[in-house]
Design a protein around this ligand. Structure first.
Ligand code: MTE
Length: 317
């Protein structure tokens, strides 16, 4: 794993005011670390073949463990899935601008010896921020390489001491229909929720991300804290988490509830199991012209294949 970008600040007193954050971004731009990308407007899954390669984008100097260069800050923060704000990936950024992620608390509860509600500043102080460059493969067959900052979910779960009955972890996004107009949509069962089996949750790859590119998490990417499960389709990586519950019941998940035959509970990246409406064999990396072959478990098989050794992954998708 590469560790070549700077760490996020870790104390609440250092939470970046928006003006500072914006000027920092301008500084990064001026320094030529990132460049704008007009081509992102054409990134709907169906437009894949006709999307021109992003012209003149300087890729950051660092890459993931397979040598894939990271996407730019601009790409990662301008093309987002966040249905609470909009179903249009380019609209999420402007619509989430005034979302208020500070103050913030995360309740960790259920089958644990030490349930506790943590302020975001407590979490930042308790768990040293790590830097991890992960591929994110969306179920819509596009992908990005994202330099996250955060800490392992396992370290938080260990702190609250799950009981021996706990078999699953359930996550819930904040419910604020006034600020998140998408939550007014009757087509989805709000709040967004997700779940993992406890061994998946305890795997070291599973990250609670609090930032990217060394900046606090941008609103559109799930401020102030979101899950990142790099071997699963992106919809498992739930944003703006307010509740984490240990349970012995398999949690309902938003996408599994909405379309059971299309989105399974496991949602492991699997090029051999197609989505009922499209192939999962290849993907388009944002900013690239040529499609890539999708890797089993998104390329993280060495770390996670054992978790599913006894399962038929075409049935338990
Ligand atoms: N979390 C919430 N609360 N709401 C969402 O709509 N979209 C998911 C996931 N987490 C989503 C969410 C999907 S489909 C993907 S692909 C990733 O977030 C996208 O993360 P990104 O926009 O930061 O790249």
């Amino acid at each position: 794993m590469s560790h070549r970008f700077k760490s996020v600040p870790v104390r609440s007193s250092e939470i970046t005011p928006k003006e500072t954050y914006l000027s920092r971004r301008d500084f990064i731009k001026a320094a030529g670390v990132i460049a704008g990308s007009a081509a992102l407007l054409a990134c709907a899954p169906d437009a894949a073949e006709s999307t021109p390669e992003v012209a003149g984008v300087t890729r950051p100097a660092f890459s993931d463990e397979l040598g894939n260069p990271a996407n730019t800050f601009e790409e990662i923060t301008s093309y987002n899935n966040y249905y609470e704000f909009s179903t249009n990936k380019e609209a999420v950024k402007p619509l989430s601008e005034s979302f208020n992620a500070n103050p913030w608390t995360v309740e960790v509860t259920g089958m644990v010896a030490k349930p506790k509600t943590f302020g975001i500043e407590d979490l930042l102080a308790m768990f040293p921020q790590e830097e991890r460059i992960y591929r994110l493969r969306c179920v819509e067959a596009w992908s990005m390489v994202i330099p996250w900052n955060g800490f392992s979910l396992a370290s938080l779960l260990k702190a609250v001491e799950p009981t021996s009955d706990a078999q699953y972890v359930r996550f819930e996004t904040v419910y604020r229909p006034e600020e998140m107009k998408g939550q007014g949509s009757p087509f989805y069962p709000w709040p967004y929720q997700e779940g993992l089996r406890i061994d998946e949750a305890m795997n070291d790859l599973t990250l609670l991300a609090t930032g990217l590119y060394g900046e606090m998490m941008p609103n559109q990417n799930g401020a102030p804290i979101r899950l990142v499960v790099p071997w699963k389709y992106g919809f498992k990586s739930i944003k703006s988490i307010v509740k984490i519950e240990l349970t012995d019941q398999r949690p309902n998940t938003l996408w599994n509830t909405v379309a059971t035959n299309e989105y399974g509970f496991y949602a492991n990246v699997n090029p051999n199991v197609d989505h009922p409406r499209w192939s999962q064999a290849s993907e388009r990396r944002i900013g690239e012209l040529t499609r890539r072959e999708t890797l089993m478990f998104n390329g993280y098989g060495e770390q996670v294949a054992d978790l599913y050794a006894d399962m038929d992954l075409s049935l338990q998708y």
